[in-house]
Design a protein around this ligand. Structure first.
Ligand SMILES: CC(C)(COP(=O)(O)OP(=O)(O)OC[C@H]1O[C@@H](n2cnc3c(N)ncnc32)[C@H](O)[C@@H]1OP(=O)(O)O)[C@@H](O)C(=O)NCCC(=O)NCCS
Length: 166
């Protein structure tokens, strides 16, 4: 039986292990990590999937970011999303993401950016950017930069570099 529960402090080491398995330890060199460094994650949007023994088999986390310099531009950096290989394809990733994104909507977040496979994340409403008005820190494959309008039209008039929420 899988339970979806808020991440707690004591989950940290198990989550780091899971992320190493899902993405490899070199994940820390990805550009998204530079936006997370020294920025606290959004605890209320971080969830784990645990089995009956308390093992962590999946995780979703979210961080705040800023886009350009317009007022009211605080946005979500969704991810990492990871599921242990032994239970991939069983709906854990979808459940975690839906839970975190619906909580984000309840909290009033208007938009999210995620770096990932469009073929998977399009199922949750993420889109590839038509123009090039919002730029993610390098090195990033621009085809993997995905945008979710939690509130319709919320990326309009936003442009510039994505930077840390400090
Ligand atoms: C991507 C990931 C989070 C999905 O979680 P999951 O629990 O395995 O996925 P779900 O069970 O919710 O969804 C399964 C469906 O998504 C598809 N899918 C999974 N990963 C996919 C990908 N990278 N691209 C396209 N489709 C994908 C599966 O084929 C399956 O499709 P089906 O229902 O038509 O058979 C998980 O596989 C994972 O941790 N992968 C390694 C890390 C990673 O690549 N993370 C994403 C980048 S941020």
């Amino acid at each position: 039986m899988i339970k979806f529960v808020k991440e707690s402090r004591k989950d940290s080491d198990a989550i780091e292990n899971l992320l190493d398995i899902a993405f490899s330890p070199s994940r820390i060199h990805l550009s998204s990590y530079s936006l997370r460094e020294d920025v606290p994650k959004l605890e209320s949007l971080c969830f784990t999937a645990k089995n009956e023994f308390g093992d962590i088999l999946g995780v979703v986390r979210q961080w705040p970011i800023l886009i350009g310099h317009a007022p009211d531009n605080a946005s979500l950096l969704t991810g990492p999303v990871a599921v242990h290989p032994i239970v991939q394809g069983e709906g854990l990733g979808s459940s975690l993401l839906n839970l975190s994104l619906s909580r984000a909507k309840d909290e009033g977040w208007k938009r999210a950016i995620l770096i990932g496979d469009f073929q998977y994340y399009r199922h949750f409403g993420f889109k590839q950017q038509a123009g090039k008005s919002i730029t993610f820190p390098p090195p990033t494959d621009t085809r993997r930069v995905l945008f979710l309008e939690i509130e319709s039209g919320s990326f309009k008039r936003l442009n510039g570099k994505v930077h840390k929420y400090l």
